[in-house]
Design a protein around this ligand. Structure first.
Ligand SMILES: Cc1cc2nc3c(=O)[nH]c(=O)nc-3n(C[C@H](O)[C@H](O)[C@H](O)COP(=O)(O)O)c2cc1C
Length: 201
């Protein structure tokens, strides 16, 4: 399967068979996270993998605002962002680039200001910046899943505090998204998309 084919075939899947997502498949999906690009290679994603039935069942109730379909998933990836390391690793990596002489002079001039701005930024700003990186990683997972014959659906609506408490996610790691994963028990046509002329500026 080509990447183009995976992009065209991917759908949000909300009905799954009972077939489990096996360890080998999960390892390939996690590799798709690990290899994802990130700003200054900061890799802020931290993933909790759920495969226990009672955990997934729990998630499908009030913690996801009643999204009962999640109960059928074979696995759920909870994607968190290590915001502190996001800032620190970005600074380390950008200084490494500077010290290796890899940055153009125009960039060097504003570098320290850029770094101190990031260090002083409001937690919400950092959360969303880190979340953008996580979204790229999860997009790779969604496409990799297609090649493996798996279906996924992004879950963006959830009670973050409840999820963190149940799965003992450190306070400093916001939950930025979840991905339900399983063997598809439905096939869907393409959902409506805007025309190219509506998205080109
Ligand atoms: C950021 C984001 C949040 C989403 N949250 C949910 C969600 O909480 N529950 C759900 O069923 N689908 C959710 N979706 C899936 C979208 O509804 C879906 O991608 C969209 O309708 C297009 O359909 P397709 O993925 O099949 O192309 C989310 C998707 C994204 C990218």
């Amino acid at each position: 399967m080509t990447v183009k084919e995976a992009i065209q075939a991917r759908r949000s899947i909300r009905k799954f068979t009972d077939q489990p997502v096996i360890e080998e498949q999960m390892a390939i999906l996690l590799e798709a996270v690990r290899l994802a690009p990130s700003s200054i290679n900061c890799q802020p994603w931290r993933i909790k993998v759920l495969t226990q039935r009672e955990d997934i069942q729990w998630l499908s109730g009030a913690p996801t605002k009643g999204q009962r379909w999640i109960a059928g998933a074979g696995a759920v990836m909870i994607c968190c962002a290590d915001v502190q390391r996001f800032v620190e690793d970005s600074a380390t990596n950008v200084r490494f680039l500077r010290d290796s002489g890899m940055l153009p002079p125009e960039m060097l001039a504003g570098l320290e200001e850029y770094l101190s701005k990031a260090a002083d930024a409001q937690p919400e700003v950092l959360r969303w910046a880190a979340a953008a990186n996580c979204a790229i990683a999860l997009s790779q997972v969604m496409l990799q899943a297609v090649e493996l014959g798996l279906g996924t659906c992004w879950v963006g609506m959830y009670d973050e505090a409840a999820v963190k408490e149940r799965f003992q996610i450190p306070e400093a790691f916001p939950v930025v998204a979840m991905l339900a994963i399983g063997h598809p028990a439905e096939s869907q046509g393409q959902r409506p998309r805007k025309d190219l002329r509506d998205i080109l500026l």
